[in-house]
Design a protein around this ligand. Sequence first.
Ligand SMILES: [Zn+2]
Length: 79
Amino acid sequence: MLHQLRTHPEFVEDCFGCKAATVHLANGQIRAWAHANDKELDSYATARKQGIQPRSTKAKDINAAVKLSDKAGYAVKAR
Ligand SMILES: [Zn+2]
């Protein structure tokens, strides 16, 4: 699992991250969060490739920058 990959390879009984990851619901939430995060970074990279500079890597800011660029007809760079 992600926590163990990032923090330590084996299950540690007293570790909060390990315990949280073994709870099914928490595990699903972490996976959903990681997935959303990947998506945001993907759209950020796509926007940057088009010359657009979003204010941040958040989907909200990326979408705003892409929409603004579509309207303006050129790649908008956030200051
Ligand atoms: Zn742990």
